[in-house]
Design a protein around this ligand. Structure first.
Ligand SMILES: Nc1ncnc2c1ncn2[C@@H]1O[C@H](COP(=O)(O)OP(=O)(O)OP(=O)(O)O)[C@@H](O)[C@H]1O
Length: 802
């Protein structure tokens, strides 16, 4: 436990333990002489971006430094669990902030783990986070970047928002006290502290404020910010203040014995021993309540406090949570926890799925243990933010122990259960829950894929777009609306709801009054295969050949008659499209479209094909992929469509016509092509072949000769003759007089040579878009070259530019 606030107070006149270990002043830019180090390139870039994008909120430096101090305190406290000597160097655990107005310096001192010389060099000179360089590349400095950079965690370097000089003094138990110092320009210096070990243990950051940042020297402003940023820090955070106190006459004698500089006695009336005197002393005022929010009674915590704690937990000042649960688990394991669902899913949620994520912060009896364990929650719940404070979890949690430890397993179980409870409650509020589905619907579906034990529960929590209304529907309410005789849950998959609505597969079901679920998430189809059924109702993709509506005309006779009636056309079509389709049949599912392509039960629908195509990019020759892709589809024709009836008439007149009726063949292929596209597949032979067929049909329609070619004459660009080129070069050369040229720079002869090279390289003329001649204004180029002659630029550069 951290010491009480009282323990760190000094009495009037008593010397304060905290060293003011800095000597900044504006006349003394660099105070330490030591080893110089360059910042890693990424650090310099990050500092620039931080300063340029966050300059409007410079105060965040305090948040970052206080939380770094708190992290350092967590580390030493954790170490002390296994090493009882760790705290001997300084038993106090706290952060103290002090202002030195005359010097325009603020110091932030923690008694945390401290840094060795090597730590200083590494931690405050490089960035360990992988992908930093790539991340920095994506930033351009606009408003959206501020969010990104906030999430990335600007950390220590944010100090340069307010500082022109920073001095970090640090003492780790394993090294001497070292000083790190920088003005944020390219490099930093590290030196052994000549003052020796003044800190005992910990880190003091002395910040010399830039011009214009004097607000942080004001007590009220500083207090407001420190309180804001330290409210949920689990160590005492103090502001050191200089105070005065009036004491009785005898007391000054005691105070006088104190030799501290800060404690001065202002003896108002030296001659009159009986009169009271005013003493100046320093006192540390506690800024935070220092009681973790999760151990408080939920009834005593306000909504605002939960949200504020959430933003501290995520280290995102504006972050909000859409729902949370604060609970206590008892029984096989005892712990208290707060679980949050963030308002917005992190952008990299699914990239993180495979990596350990830090979404659970584990404390044991208020001592922070780890936030780097993937085992407390299943991967698909990676979006939650949780604080767990256990009574009896092992202190040395590592990835290995997490997997085998009973209490950790029990925590895992409780957390998952509580999460389901939370979602159940949230789902009662339709609007809020729609927000959840929008952000985390895909997470739930991943859960259905990898968490077999909870698949039924997840099934109840899923929501889909539907033809019933614009709102999401649950499977449960779909089932409650199913029609008489309907056995299956109908769904269709596509890239988006608009596309799905226009699909020929959906039209007939809607026309008959059935409800269809619109699945627009690429993984929906696979998820439904995993879920299998909902309350005994199977899922039926309406693009599959096996679709049964339940109200079909069961009269086999009339079905047979229809097949027979259309037989000539079916034969024609099949013979023509032999290479593309498995068979042609008369459809019972179509209303307004002439035809549709359906996948057989084991074949891929258009959606699945697209999905697999994406995956196959990484695994091009997967035999399974090739096999599935080559599966032929069934072409269904609409017996009520005039186009089909017209084609039937033609086929009936000439049953063998498909062998030599070229126009019919083309028509059948065009019908197949447009059906492919309308059914969501891509054109098998590409757009050119399709366009060629359509063009031919237009020719036939207009009675234009099908074989006739376009007549055109392309005037050929003429070559220039050499004389013309030479004359031009000469003319340009005249412009350059020897007098214009600075000694040592480019000579007219050289420029002429370059010009000659250039002119020749553009002859024949440069081809622009569409093969057009590009107008090159040689005058402009020469004018530019003339200007360049005045500059110090090397000749090569001018040449390149030419
Ligand atoms: N007060 C401190 N005491 C001990 N170590 C510190 C202190 N401040 C910073 N460090 C060390 O320097 C490292 C870099 O700090 P910085 O604030 O830049 O990033 P971070 O804290 O790791 O991440 P972020 O702030 O982005 O969440 C820290 O990880 C820590 O090891």
């Amino acid at each position: 436990e951290a010491p009480s606030a009282q323990a760190a107070f000094n009495q009037p006149g008593e010397k304060v333990a905290l060293p003011d270990n800095f000597a900044f002043d504006s006349q003394q830019p660099q105070i330490i002489q030591g080893e110089k180090f360059q910042f890693q390139t990424e650090v310099s870039r990050l500092m620039n971006i931080v300063i340029n994008s966050l300059y409007k909120t410079p105060e965040i430096f305090l948040r970052e430094l206080i939380s770094n101090g708190s992290d350092a305190l967590d580390k030493i406290r954790f170490q002390s669990l296994t090493d009882s000597a760790a705290l001997e160097s300084n038993p106090n655990l706290n952060v103290t902030i002090a202002v030195h107005k005359d010097k325009r310096v603020i110091t932030i001192t923690d008694t945390g783990i401290g840094m060795t010389k090597e730590d200083l060099q590494k931690n405050l000179g490089t960035i360990a986070k992988s992908g930093t360089s790539e991340f920095l590349d994506t930033l351009s400095g606009d408003k959206a970047d501020m969010d990104l950079i906030g999430k990335f965690g600007v950390g220590f370097y944010s100090v340069f928002l307010v500082a022109d000089k920073v001095r970090v003094t640090s003492k780790n138990n394993n090294d001497d006290q070292y000083i790190w110092e920088s003005t944020a320009v390219d490099d930093f210096t590290i030196a052994k502290d000549p003052a020796g070990n003044t800190l005992g243990r910990g880190t003091q950051i002395a910040i010399h404020l830039k011009e214009g940042q004097d607000q942080y020297l004001e007590d009220a402003k500083l207090q407001q910010l420190v309180q804001k940023y330290s409210e949920f820090i689990n160590f005492p955070i103090y502001i050191r203040r200089t105070k005065t106190k009036t004491v009785e006459a005898e007391t000054p004698k005691d105070v006088d014995t104190d030799d501290s500089e800060e404690a001065k006695v202002e003896d108002a009336k030296e001659e009159t021993p009986a009169a009271p005197v005013t003493v100046t002393y320093q006192e540390d005022d506690l800024m935070n309540s220092n009681k973790p929010i999760w151990i408080r009674d939920p009834k005593s915590v306000s909504e605002t406090e939960y949200q504020e704690f959430y933003s501290v937990l995520t280290r995102e000042p504006d972050a909000k949570s859409m729902a949370y649960s604060h609970f206590k688990a008892e029984g096989d394991v005892e712990f208290k926890a707060i679980m949050y669902i963030p308002n917005k899913a992190p952008k990299d949620l699914f990239q993180r799925v495979d990596n350990a994520h830090s979404n659970v912060k584990l404390y044991v009896k208020r001592v922070f243990i780890t936030d780097d364990s993937a085992e407390f929650l299943p991967r698909w719940l990676g979006f939650l933010k949780v604080v767990v404070d256990a009574e009896d979890a092992p202190l040395n949690v590592s990835r290995e122990t997490v997997q085998s430890n009973k209490s950790i397993k029990a925590i895992h179980k409780h957390l998952v259960k509580k999460m389901f409870d939370l979602l159940k409650t949230l789902s009662a509020d339709e609007e809020k829950y729609a927000g959840f589905i929008k952000e985390y619907g895909t997470s739930l579906k991943l859960g259905a894929l990898e968490d077999k034990a909870h698949i039924k529960k997840i099934g109840r929590l899923l929501r889909y777009h539907s033809s019933n209304s614009d709102k999401y529907t649950s499977l449960e309410s779909y089932v409650s609306r199913m029609k008489k005789g309907q056995k299956d849950i109908f769904y269709f998959t596509g890239a988006n709801v608009d596309e799905i609505k226009q699909s020929p597969f959906v039209e007939s079901l809607l026309a008959r009054g059935y409800e269809v679920l619109y699945m627009d998430d690429p993984i929906d189809e696979i998820v439904l295969q995993h879920i299998g059924n909902f309350e005994g109702k199977a899922f039926q993709n309406v693009a599959k050949s096996s679709l049964k509506l339940g109200d079909e005309d069961t009269d086999a006779e009339s079905e047979k008659a229809l097949e027979e009636k259309f037989l000539p056309l079916l034969d024609w079509m099949h013979a023509t499209l032999l290479n593309d389709i498995e068979k042609v049949r008369v459809s019972k599912r179509l209303t307004t479209s002439p035809a549709a392509l359906v996948a057989n039960d084991f074949g891929w629908t258009a959606n699945m094909e697209r999905l697999m195509e994406g995956q196959a990019k990484q695994n091009k020759d997967a035999a399974m992929h090739q096999f599935m892709k080559s599966q032929k589809k069934i072409l269904e024709i609409n017996p009520g469509h005039p186009l089909i009836i017209g084609m039937l008439e033609r086929a009936s007149k000439d049953p063998k016509g498909y062998e030599n009726d070229k126009h019919f063949q083309e028509m059948a292929k065009v019908l197949y092509d447009i059906t492919l596209v309308r059914s969501g597949y891509s054109l098998k032979e590409g757009v050119k072949a399709f366009a060629g067929r359509v063009e031919n049909m237009l020719r036939v329609n207009l009675g234009v000769d099908e074989a006739a070619e376009a007549v055109f004459e392309a005037p050929q660009a003429e070559e220039r003759d050499q004389e013309e080129i030479d004359a031009e070069i000469e003319k340009r050369g005249d412009i350059l007089k020897a007098d214009d040229v600075e000694p040592g720079s480019i000579t007219p002869e050289e420029l002429n040579r370059m010009m000659k090279e250039f002119t020749e390289s553009t002859n024949p003329p440069l081809a622009g878009p569409g093969g057009k001649k590009v107008e090159v204004n040689v005058d402009d180029i020469v004018a530019e070259a003339e200007q360049e002659l005045d500059s110090d630029e090397p000749k090569e550069a001018i040449h390149d530019e030419l």
